[in-house]
Each structure stands twice: as C-alpha cells, then as structure tokens.
Design a protein around this ligand. Structure first.
Ligand code: 48F
Length: 260
C-alpha cells in the first residue's frame, strides 16, 4: 500500500510562488543571459556555469535541445565530428565512431544529457520565456541585458510590457534567425551590426567557420551556433552538430575573458 503525503492547493501555490520569486530575484541580475536552449546555448551555459558564472538560459519553447530533436527529417540520429566528441564524452553521451573522427549519436540522449549537464553545472534554464529586445547603455555603448516576456503572452497578441534582466554578457544562441542580434541591429543602428544572412549549404567548410566566427558581435553581445552563420554570412551545414558544441565552448571562453 502507498501512503502519499497530503498537501492542499493553497500550500502548493505558496511554495511554487515563493521559490519561483526567490529565483527571479537573482535571475534579474545575472552574469550571462543565454537566449536559446539549443546545442550551442546549452554548451556555452555548461562551461560558463562550471567556471562559476551566474547563467540563465531563456528558452521560448517548453523543451530542451532546439534543433537537435528534429535531427534530419525527423530521423533520430545526428553526426558529430572531431574534436567535438570530447564535449559529449565529458557529459556521458554514448557515440558510435563510424569512421575516424566521425561519430553518430541518438538525438534524445544528446538533448537529455546536454540539458542535464548544463543544469548540474548550475545553469538556470527557464522554459516558455521569449526574449524580444535588449537593454543598452552608453559611455561606453554596450548591450546590458534583455527584455523577457512569457511565450504564451506573446502568442496571445496582447500588449503586455516585458520585464528586464541585466547581464554583463548576452549570448544570442537562437539559431538560424539570430533573433536577438537582429533586433539589436535594427533598434540600435549605432552598434553598427549588419546581418548578411546565412548562405546555402556547404557542410565541409561551414563547421569550422561557425566556430572561428562565434564570439563578440558588439560590446556585451555575442553569437554562437547558427546565429553566427546568420550574422557573419556563413553557409549552413545540416544535421551535423560538431560546430554547435564547439562554438558554444568557444564563446564561453571569450565571455569569460571579457567579463573577468
Ligand atoms: O536552433 P537551435 O538548435 O540553435 P543552435 O544552437 O543549433 C542549431 C542546430 O540545432 C541546427 C543546425 C545544426 O547544424 O543547423 O539548426 O544554433 O536552438 C535555438 C533555440 O532558441 C530558441 C528556440 O526555441 C530554440 O530552442 N529561441 C529562438 N528565439 C528565441 C528563443 C527567443 N527570442 N527567445 C527565447 N528562445
């Protein structure tokens, strides 16, 4: 027989509200805001939190993994190329080496273990939150945080003002649309950020280009993963994920150097 502890509705609400608000009091003053819980954003969060930074990831959807889950045409395997397997080994993802330096992984395991590694390292991941703008400061001109809104409120079309979250660095890990850098470039022309847009596929060269070009876009504003391809005019590469992981690690190193 199972005896389940009884708890009334009022207490359920009180506990949830109290502990949610306690978290939010810290979140609004973060070291790093990462937008997007895809592979590059979660990898960046993992390394930044491991280095002791206070990191929050805002994810529009109610799931982890961004484009990992869809694999290619919904097939549940993706390809990882060396040296990105180092990162997956570190977090315990099982891989099959199909040729020297080329690995195949299960999408569900990849998403679950990357999400768990980020959370265990100390990253706060908040689902159902959309970032729709940045905060800026002058002298020196810089991005100093973001504006956040519930995804459900945004979808309703109601006009509801956002809340603001301050950060020393904001990482656009929103994937193909580079949503945060796009809005910053449109609303803050003085940042001088032009967006040429992603090119068609050229997998062999695209991966390295994404890693090398991930990093600072303007003071306080960074890109990783496919947002980098959009902002730097680089080719796409399809369902290979080495560069997503390596660009997340690279941008984490850059941010750590800049905000130290
Ligand atoms: O697209 P996504 O997986 O970004 P990524 O890290 O990885 C790209 C690959 O998945 C794939 C590829 C690999 O070679 O080409 O596409 O660059 O994850 C981006 C996440 O950001 C969320 C979105 O729901 C997704 O989970 N997102 C996008 N815009 C916003 C956002 C926003 N404005 N606010 C909050 N979350």
């Amino acid at each position: 027989e199972v005896k389940i502890k009884q708890i009334d509705e009022k207490k359920i609400s009180q506990y949830i509200i109290k502990y949610t608000m306690e978290d939010w009091m810290n979140i609004v003053d973060s070291d790093v805001v990462i937008v997007g819980a895809g592979p590059s954003g979660m990898t960046a969060g993992y390394y930044l939190a491991k280095a002791g930074k206070r990191v929050v990831v805002f994810e529009r959807r109610l799931s982890f993994g961004g484009g990992i889950g869809g694999g290619a045409m919904n097939f549940h395997k993706v390809v990882i190329e060396s040296p990105a397997e180092e990162i997956l080994k570190e977090i315990g993802v099982r891989m099959t080496e199909v040729e020297s330096g080329v690995f195949i992984v299960d999408t569900a395991e990849f998403m679950a273990k990357l999400g768990a590694a980020a959370v265990d390292a100390g990253v706060k991941i908040l689902h159902g939150v959309t970032v729709d703008d940045v905060i800026f400061r002058e002298d020196p001109l810089r991005v100093a945080g973001v504006a956040v809104e519930w995804t459900s409120t945004q979808m309703s079309g109601l006009h509801v003002d956002p809340l603001f979250v301050s950060a020393k660095a904001v990482l656009d890990a929103t994937g193909h649309d580079a949503e945060i850098i796009s809005v910053a470039s449109r609303k803050l022309p003085e940042l001088n950020v032009q967006i040429p847009g992603e090119k068609s596929a050229y997998s062999e060269i695209a991966e390295e280009l994404v890693v090398v070009n991930s990093g600072k876009v303007a003071e306080g504003l960074y890109s990783s993963g496919m947002a980098t391809a959009e902002v730097r005019g680089l080719p796409r590469m399809g369902p290979i994920f080495g560069a997503m992981l390596l660009s997340g690690r690279k941008v984490a190193e850059d941010i750590l150097r800049d905000i130290r």
